[in-house]
Design a protein around this ligand. Structure first.
Ligand SMILES: NC(=O)c1ccc[n+]([C@@H]2O[C@H](COP(=O)([O-])OP(=O)(O)OC[C@H]3O[C@@H](n4cnc5c(N)ncnc54)[C@H](O)[C@@H]3O)[C@@H](O)[C@H]2O)c1
Length: 314
């Protein structure tokens, strides 16, 4: 199998490239000069700007991947701050990717959507077919690209599949994500001994540990098309409050000082995201089952961060 990954310098792509089979060919592509963290042994890297239709056509035509993992995106904070670029990358970039996939007969396109594609008020749990009326520009682009992918799948026959990821807890959170606090509070606890959270203590958007996130992407990417009952899947792991996260960290790192200083814009955006989510379709269609709840995330992530050299933690 040959995989072409857009957004391949980023947080999830670099870590996912380490998980792909050793005999796979993995081409990571991104607008960035170089990957932001370690990539898989069998992965190579080339620059590609997904907003440029000719560039992506040329790359896909030359490389002929079996699968495109479309991860390139501006994240929530960046998208709110720069709607023009978010439109170009998130909307035009997806259109260009789908067109190139269709033109060159790519077997499968996997897209990472987000729980930010929903908007409040939301039922608890959020059902698979919940209406998507996001409050943020990023969430709007994710909901729109889910619909665009559905069109390519149902009308043009492209094997498009996507998951709505919760906030990913990872050592390399994108600085452009409003949700990066959920990773940074762990990272700062190990590196700096303290952190100030800008969300409400009661904020409890759904989160997922990076290992579970990578497992979910792997399962969906390699699931048989015949077993898929939908184009876009909900995903759920756990939804602790910010206060509960702090408590779990302080149980393990008692000397850490964590306080709250509200940024209402960030806090309101985070509070508009789902908490409990119905992910039965992922569980039954491709055997999704999370392994990490909050205590397991705290154990594993704090240990990993402690073992990492300081320079590797962004
Ligand atoms: N991390 C999370 O919590 C989370 C949650 C839900 C969904 N997602 C989605 O998962 C995907 C990967 O997220 P991530 O955490 O790795 O974010 P990231 O910011 O680390 O990676 C995104 C990458 O896209 C690249 N990019 C931006 N503009 C580009 C362009 N014009 N052409 C090519 N590449 C471009 C960036 O350079 C970056 O490397 C994104 O689509 C994101 O929306 C992430």
């Amino acid at each position: 199998m040959k995989y072409l990954v857009t957004g391949g310098a980023g947080n999830i792509a670099c870590q996912f490239s380490q998980r792909l089979p050793r005999d796979a060919e993995v081409l990571l592509t991104d607008i960035a000069k170089a990957p932001f963290s370690t990539i898989g042994d069998n992965a190579t890297y080339q620059r590609l700007n997904v907003t440029q239709r000719a560039e992506i056509d040329e790359m896909v035509g030359r490389e002929r991947p079996d699968v495109i993992l479309h991860f390139a995106s501006l994240l929530s904070g960046q998208s709110e701050a720069d709607r023009n670029t978010a439109w170009e990358v998130n909307m035009q970039g997806a259109f260009n990717t789908f067109e190139a996939a269709l033109k060159f007969g790519v077997d499968r396109v996997v897209f990472l959507s987000s729980i930010a594609s929903f908007g409040s008020p939301l039922p608890d749990p959020v059902p698979e077919d919940c209406e998507q009326w996001p409050r943020g520009f990023y969430g709007f682009t994710k909901a729109a690209v889910e619909r665009l992918g559905f069109y390519y799948k149902e009308t043009l026959g492209l094997d498009f599949r996507s998951i709505r990821l919760p906030i990913v807890i990872s050592p390399y959170p994108s600085p452009g994500a409003a949700s990066s606090y959920a990773s940074n509070v762990f990272i700062a606890a190990v590196r700096d001994g303290g952190y100030t959270l800008q969300v409400r203590e009661s904020a409890n958007p759904a989160i997922i540990y990076i290992e579970d996130c990578l497992k979910a992407i792997d399962l969906l990417t390699h699931a048989s098309a015949a077993g898929l009952s939908r184009a876009s899947y909900n995903l759920f792991s756990c939804a602790p409050t910010a206060r509960e996260i702090v408590t779990e960290i302080q149980k393990r790192v008692p000397e850490v000082e964590i306080d709250f200083a509200l940024d209402e814009q960030v806090a309101d955006l985070i509070d508009s995201w789902p908490r409990q989510i119905d992910d039965q379709a992922a569980r039954s269609d491709w055997n999704w089952c999370p392994e990490f709840g909050l205590p397991e995330i705290a154990d594993e992530f704090l240990l990993r961060l402690t073992q990492m050299k300081e320079g590797e933690v962004q």
